[in-house]
Write a protein that binds this ligand. Structure first.
Ligand SMILES: *Cc1c(COP(=O)(O)O)cnc(C)c1O
Length: 420
């Protein structure tokens, strides 16, 4: 008999669920408890020694958070996950688990602004070098890799440039030097991108965005996809972790026992509850995000007032083929448009009725922002331009509203730009 594997939505709804059976609850309760009590001294000794499963203290693990982590791992088809207090905290956990002073990280240059700040401003204080490359440039990756390279980093859709690097080709080149590939799949989520099948090793999410889905909390996650053999690394802490739990679980063990326990950046039970609920509707929301974004991007590209629309779902995008090859049935919620001048971009934003103007993305509500004057306001010009944050550019995170309402609103806002 062939083995049946549940599909994405079944896993999203049913995995990692620990309902409060005694009361008949259907969602995992919020275990708002700092510590966890055991009946005997011997039992607590066993839990501390790792001989008996159990929670000790919510800075290290918590039942609500653990159920959420199980769900995150299930939708990514990973070995396990750690849920953190933010997307930045998840990335910081990976950096601190894999690098020491003198080591190198190689990253695609097209990055979320906060990630650029962490890599550049913070990591230089700890003598971890970050080398930026353009993954679209042939040979750039090979030129940057050396024997101190601890991981390579890319965003599945760079924000706000909206480039889509080739994950499998990158993974294979990185594996040549014995290092893992880490991908930030915030903009794609596992619904649009199967990072495991594309041969990545670790996934980072800002769960603040689509996974939570409702703009109601900050959170992050890292997922070990179970492809990388940690037994091949020579770092002494990793060697110890391998001898304690084996090469398969060593990364997750070291990340939780050394880094998360020391930094105190685990997700709180309340945020884990909200975001775990979000996962249940992720598939439906992503379908609508993608269909609305495509409809808007097509309409705006055809509109005479708009100079340019950048969306991986449009054949005019330089990354359309790469996205079509790697994505599963949609191109995401984000697109950008250029209107010719900063003044016209501002006029357009001010004339929109439905979208909120704020610095977030991945909400059910459509959000717009002018990146150059906000997210990138304190970045040097060459960083802004490399990121694609031009003075006349507006970024749209398409929500799940009724398509026709969005089309009508964006069109009327464009006529007010024209009348200026
Ligand atoms: C928002 C975001 C982050 C950072 O996540 P936070 O939850 O805000 O800490 C990282 N990467 C990408 C692509 C993001 O959009």
């Amino acid at each position: 008999m062939s083995e049946h594997h549940d599909g994405f939505s079944t896993r999203a709804v049913h995995s990692g669920s620990r309902p409060g059976r005694a009361q008949g609850a259907t969602t995992t309760p919020i275990y708002a408890s700092a510590g966890f009590a055991y009946d005997t001294a011997a039992e607590l000794e066993d839990v501390f020694a790792g001989h008996k499963p159990g929670h000790i203290y919510s800075r290290i693990s918590n039942p609500t958070v653990a159920a959420y982590e199980e769900r995150l791992a299930a939708i990514e088809r990973g070995r396990g996950a750690i849920a953190t207090g933010s997307g930045m905290a998840a990335l910081a956990t990976i950096i601190m688990t894999l690098t020491r002073a003198g080591d190198r990280i190689v990253s695609n240059a097209s990055l979320f602004g906060g990630t650029h700040r962490l890599f550049t401003a913070l990591m230089s204080r700890y003598e971890v070098e970050v080398v930026y490359i353009d993954l679209d440039e042939p040979g750039a990756l090979q030129g940057a890799l050396n024997d101190r390279t601890r991981f390579v980093y890319l965003e599945t859709i760079g924000n706000p440039k909206l480039d889509v690097p080739d994950i499998t080709a990158t993974a294979r080149a990185v594996h040549e030097v014995g290092a893992p590939l880490v991908v930030d799949s915030t903009l794609t989520t596992p619904f649009l991108l199967d990072a495991h099948a594309l041969e990545a090793d670790l996934v980072v999410h800002s769960t603040t965005k689509f996974i939570s889905g409702h703009g109601n909390s900050i959170g992050g996650a890292l997922v070990d996809l179970g492809r990388f053999d940690w037994n091949t690394l020579t770092d002494p802490d990793m060697r110890n972790a391998v001898s304690t739990v084996g090469g398969e679980l060593a990364f997750l063990y070291l990340a939780r026992q050394l880094v998360v326990q020391s930094l105190g950046n685990l997700a709180s039970p309340f945020e884990a509850y909200l975001q775990s609920q979000g996962i249940e509707t992720l598939a439906l929301r992503m379908e609508r995000h993608c269909s609305n974004a495509l409809a808007l991007a097509q309409a705006l590209e055809a509109h005479p007032t708009v100079e340019m629309v950048n969306y991986p779902g449009l054949p005019s995008s330089p990354w359309h083929r790469s996205a079509s090859r790697q994505f599963l049935g949609g191109y995401g919620a984000l697109f950008t448009l250029r209107l010719g001048s900063r003044e016209r971009a501002f006029a357009f934003i001010n004339a929109l009725r439905i979208p909120k103007q704020l610095a977030n993305l991945g909400d059910c509500k459509t959000l717009v922002i002018h990146p150059e004057s906000t997210i990138y306001h304190d970045h040097p010009e060459e960083v802004r331009i490399a990121a694609g944050a031009y003075p006349d550019m507006v970024r749209v995170s398409t929500g799940i509203e009724t398509e026709n309402d969005l089309l009508e609103d964006f069109t009327q806002a464009l006529s007010s730009v024209d009348s200026r």
